[in-house]
Design a protein around this ligand. Structure first.
Ligand SMILES: [Zn+2]
Length: 62
């Protein structure tokens, strides 16, 4: 199983060639914690982390 990759710009965890959020290709596999945002408009966590799109995100980059 390949390691999960996180976008360095927006912390989105994704599979594929580029970040579906910001089209960045800069990734890291070194991160801590994981949150799934399903409703960014109503999530305090999403607001705190400045997340505007649903998806799986890293809480902290290593
Ligand atoms: Zn991104």
């Amino acid at each position: 199983m390949p390691a999960e990759r996180v976008c360095k710009s927006c912390k989105r965890i994704y599979e594929g060639d580029e970040c579906p959020n910001c089209q960045s290709k800069e990734t890291t596999t070194n991160f801590k914690g994981k949150i799934i945002i399903t409703n960014p408009e109503q999530s305090e966590i999403a607001k705190n982390l400045n997340i505007k799109q649903k998806g799986t995100y890293a809480v902290k980059l290593g």
